[in-house]
Design a protein around this ligand. Structure first.
Ligand SMILES: Cc1cc2nc3c(=O)[nH]c(=O)nc-3n(C[C@H](O)[C@H](O)[C@H](O)COP(=O)(O)OP(=O)(O)OC[C@H]3O[C@@H](n4cnc5c(N)ncnc54)[C@H](O)[C@@H]3O)c2cc1C
Length: 392
């Protein structure tokens, strides 16, 4: 730990001091190859790169901004977490999907036994283990409680059989926290257990799925008579729905970050110039509309984060963030592909005038943003019922 860079209590620093300190660290220590650029606007780190990046943050005291200090995190107030996020995006830091930090850690703080916390939290921070989220199944996505992966008790173990799907980064990770069915009750949300499983255990197999963007980080995970100690259930057996539900919170706010749309807009503005469409009123009209929508959205996002920084709860209204920004992102990348003429159909990097970019990859990556983390239709349902109080 570099004491000169990272005093133990970051909350004792003023917001500006904290901001400048993290900015300076990112400038000096964050490697260039992990920064997003015009060719990889939503660059995401996986496998060894992800591990190395998390280790670097950990060694320098910048890991796990939301974790309490007693568990080895930075213990930042919400406002400082927001500043952390802003500086990370300002430095074009890669997108990080690390469910060990964002999901499992907070679950263990709330529901884990002392043994589970001691066994797993330090290993998450050091990246000895990389965790993935095993919820979705072939017939249980939006309707998650229909999941059918079964865990049957045999002595001190569960025997797990079934299948998960769309498990991000399962082929490059070591562990999965999974929801499995352990009992049958009247309500299908009951009888589900939150289980920690080693992906290298006998009977587990992982099969990557190639997506339209050409990446294979989404996977299927199969369980064939996998033996898992009962002591690896988090929270009460049959009560995993409650455990899984408690994960929502500030995560929903970070999902609403305008960062991806900002990068797409940067490309849009450059493309219009490089292709020579600056005097085409039809094109500039549409660009202006997108810019106005993005500007409005940034104000909304700032307002909601400001409220939370001042102590407000993250209410169901935050669902509007994810819905709006994912659809706006799609509109921007569609605009980019549409005005780019022959470049819009190229798979791979393209050189448009002075702009070296990639139009296909961001286009394909924007497609699932309306599906993951609760599809937009379901989010709209939540807004209709809980915010607008419309009849069911
Ligand atoms: C990029 C990506 C990464 C993912 N990573 C993970 C992961 O790491 N771990 C994991 O467990 N899962 C992951 N998922 C899975 C994700 O959670 C599911 O895709 C999502 O819950 C939707 O479920 P589904 O795919 O079964 O689609 P379905 O639930 O079948 O929904 C398909 C479509 O049907 C419509 N629909 C469904 N329900 C309703 C409703 N109630 N009202 C109106 N319309 C509805 C919507 O149009 C929806 O888009 C990932 C998905 C994607 C795309």
């Amino acid at each position: 730990m570099h004491e000169h860079l990272t005093p133990y209590d970051f909350n004792a620093l003023s917001d500006d001091e904290f901001r400048l300190r993290f900015r300076a660290w990112l400038k000096e220590y964050y490697p260039e190859q992990w920064r997003q650029n015009d060719r990889r606007p939503y660059l995401r780190l996986v496998g060894e790169d992800l591990r190395a990046c998390m280790l670097l943050l950990n060694e320098h005291g910048w890991r796990a901004p939301a974790w309490p200090r007693e568990y080895g995190g930075m213990g930042l107030s919400f406002r400082k977490q927001w500043i952390y996020q802003q500086e990370w995006e300002r430095a074009a830091g890669a997108r990080i999907v690390e469910p060990g930090e964002t999901h499992l850690g907070p679950t263990l703080f709330q529901y884990g036994t002392e043994e589970q916390k001691a066994a797993h939290l330090p290993r998450i921070l050091r990246c000895d283990d990389l965790w993935v989220q095993g919820y979705s199944e072939p017939n249980a996505g939006s309707d998650l409680a229909s999941l059918r992966t079964r865990a049957i008790r045999e002595g001190d173990d569960f025997i797990v059989n079934g299948q998960k799907i769309w498990t991000t980064q399962a082929s490059t990770s070591t562990h999965i926290f999974a929801l499995v069915r352990t009992g049958q009750y009247e309500k299908k949300q009951q009888g589900i257990t939150f289980l920690l499983i080693d992906l290298r255990a006998p009977g587990v197999s992982v099969r990557p799925i190639m997506n339209l963007a050409g990446d294979d980080e989404l996977c299927e995970v199969f369980f064939d008579d996998v033996r898992v100690p009962v002591s690896d259930a988090v929270g009460a057996v049959d009560d995993g729905w409650q455990v899984a539900k408690s994960l929502l919170g500030h995560e929903r706010l970070w999902l609403g970050s305008p960062a991806m749309a900002n990068s797409a807009m940067h490309i849009a503005t450059r493309l219009v110039k490089e292709i020579g469409l600056e005097t085409d009123v039809g094109v500039t009209d549409r660009l202006a509309q997108l810019q106005c929508d993005l500007h409005d959205y940034r104000l909304l996002y700032t307002d909601i984060c400001e409220d939370v920084a001042n102590g407000a709860e993250v209410g169901p209204g935050a669902s509007v963030l994810k819905v709006y920004i994912s659809e706006l992102l799609q509109r921007i990348v569609q605009f980019n592909a549409g005005i780019a003429a022959e470049y819009g159909a190229v798979i791979g990097d393209v050189q448009v005038g002075d702009l070296s970019t990639n139009l296909h990859w961001p286009f394909m990556w924007a497609l699932p943003t309306t599906i993951y983390a609760g599809c937009n239709e379901v989010q709209r349902d939540i807004l209709a019922k809980t915010v607008l109080k419309l009849p069911a």
